[in-house]
Design a protein around this ligand. Structure first.
Ligand SMILES: *Cc1c(COP(=O)(O)O)cnc(C)c1O
Length: 497
């Protein structure tokens, strides 16, 4: 199976090449030429496997130039060595009635990014061995908080790779910042920028697609790749857990095989929900995909009106991983619903005018699948508090956005389809906001006192990898300008060229 660029479908390369390159040279994203299909019998067979077995089966449908042995070793290394604290890896737990939570944060950094970033370095090492032998892969990451840490943890001390992470100085939680700045490993670097996530992402994309920079790297036997969800190797492991969640819903008797479910996804860069869309297109029976946003509601507007307009105020919220105005992966959905020339035109307009509008016809196709909604910080906190009191379930600020948007959706539609809400982070990663939600205040407490207090009042325990950060040495304190030339200097400095 080959992968084509969303902006030029004549560019057609293998899975390993797509993973090594990360992004197409004209700026497009790689997507599979056609999606593999799963019959209900296939899904029934997958239901009988554990997560590792499901992952091997699904990945082998997409990574057709990997050997079975290579896939086995990547999947085992990522999910079968105890780095996830749940044997189910991505367990589905019942919240109440037919509302369920898919817990995606059992990995080493306590955020859903681990689901993909524990396996991506392995996929990339195998891929580079096939299509870029002898080249050192330089991973550049722009992060709104969670990707950075998960990527650092995934790539630390992986041979023939280096990783450099840029994060918005005022746009991540103290815990997220500490997680990144204390990162161990000889091949890692971390730098703040004086800007927001979109600045970081635009800067990284610019450096990636700059031919001059690429030539400098090539002459040093290095090449860039991406660990952001623009990389296909990030998305494909995410498709697995939606298929797996459906299998679990069947196994637990919440749906009969073939019965439909809703997926609700707290969304930023549109990667996670896009994986749910791909699972649906492959054959998972889905009623609605519900896209939940915080006050940065650019996606709610787009999915309901067809107008994408990033010319708006940017809000820093208590769900920082969703503080995004340019949702990169939407491009892949647009490609699935139109064609390369059209996508190239919209993306050109987005980059020039910060805006584009799709036709009525495309909007209808989108509306046939997607619902969307958003909520603000106050509603997010109220939801955390209510769910904790009513259901004795503590959710983080991102998951709470999804819960609230789902409640609104259910109230306005009356839809009673069994539902799976993606839960994307451990609540202790966002202790301040979560504590304020359940106790009304967090005043006078430092980050770790908040963690302790949150544990006390909720009876939940803070994962050791977060609690232990208190005693770790801070290794990275640099901050650079938000323009791509400042960022490029940091990159060259780290690489020593
Ligand atoms: C990254 C992230 C999101 C958003 O996921 P996208 O794939 O960017 O849409 C939501 N919640 C948390 C906790 C995250 O880390």
């Amino acid at each position: 199976m080959n992968y084509v660029s969303t902006r030029n479908s004549k560019v057609s390369i293998s899975a390993s090449q797509a993973i090594t390159k990360g992004i197409s040279s004209e700026g497009g994203l790689f997507v599979p030429e056609t999606l593999p299909k799963l019959s209900l019998e296939d899904i029934s067979a997958l239901s009988k496997l554990d997560y590792v077995g499901r992952a091997k089966s699904v990945l082998s449908l997409f990574l057709t130039d990997f050997t079975e042995q290579e896939i086995d070793s990547c999947v085992n290394g990522a999910y079968a060595t105890g780095s996830f604290s749940s044997p189910a890896v991505a367990p589905v737990v019942n919240l109440e009635g037919n509302t369920n939570i898919l817990e995606l944060w059992k990995g080493p950094t306590c955020a859903f990014k681990d689901m993909a970033l524990q396996i991506l370095p392995r996929l990339m090492t195998v891929s580079a061995g096939k299509s870029a032998k002898g080249t050192e892969i330089v991973i550049l990451v722009a992060t709104s908080g969670d990707t950075g840490k998960a990527a650092l943890e995934g790539f630390k001390d992986v041979e023939n790779t280096r990783i450099l992470v840029f994060y918005p100085n005022d746009g991540v939680s103290p815990m997220q910042k500490l997680q990144m700045c204390t990162q161990e490993g000889a091949n890692v670097g971390v730098c703040a920028i004086e800007g927001n996530f979109d600045d970081a992402q635009s800067g990284v994309k610019k450096i990636f697609t700059d031919k001059r920079v690429a030539e400098i790297l090539a002459s040093n036997s290095m090449a860039f790749s991406s660990a952001n969800s623009i990389n296909w190797g990030r998305l494909v492991p995410q498709v697995v857990y939606y298929i797996s969640a459906y299998c679990d819903m069947v196994t637990s008797g919440q749906v009969e095989l073939g019965g439909k479910v809703n997926f609700v996804v707290p969304t930023g860069n549109f990667g996670n929900i896009l994986a749910a869309y791909y699972a649906m297109e492959m054959g998972v029976p889905v009623n609605r995909l519900i896209c939940a946003s915080n006050k940065n509601s650019v996606l709610t507007e787009f999915l309901t009106t067809g107008v994408y307009d990033r010319n708006r105020d940017f809000y820093t919220t208590i769900s920082p991983s969703m503080d995004i105005l340019i949702s990169s992966n939407l491009e892949r959905l647009l490609y699935a619903m139109s064609c390369d020339e059209q996508v190239a035109e919209w993306m050109e307009s987005l980059s020039k005018n910060g805006k584009y509008e799709v036709s009525k016809e495309i909007l209808e196709k989108i509306s046939a699948v997607f619902s969307a909604g958003y909520c603000d910080d106050e509603q997010t906190k109220q939801t955390i508090s209510r769910v904790f009191r009513q259901n004795n379930y503590l959710c983080d600020t991102h998951t709470a956005v999804a819960v609230k948007v789902y409640e609104d959706y259910k109230a306005s539609t009356g839809d009673a389809t069994p539902t799976v809400i993606a839960s994307t982070a451990n609540p202790f990663k966002f202790s301040k906001a979560v504590l304020e939600a359940v106790e009304g205040t967090a005043e006078g407490l430092d980050e770790f006192e908040m963690v302790e207090r949150l544990a006390e009042v909720t009876g939940e325990s803070c994962p050791a990898q977060l609690a232990n950060l208190r005693d770790k040495t801070v290794r990275f304190t640099d901050c650079c300008g938000k323009d791509s030339s400042s960022m490029e200097k940091v990159v060259m400095g780290m690489l020593g060229i």
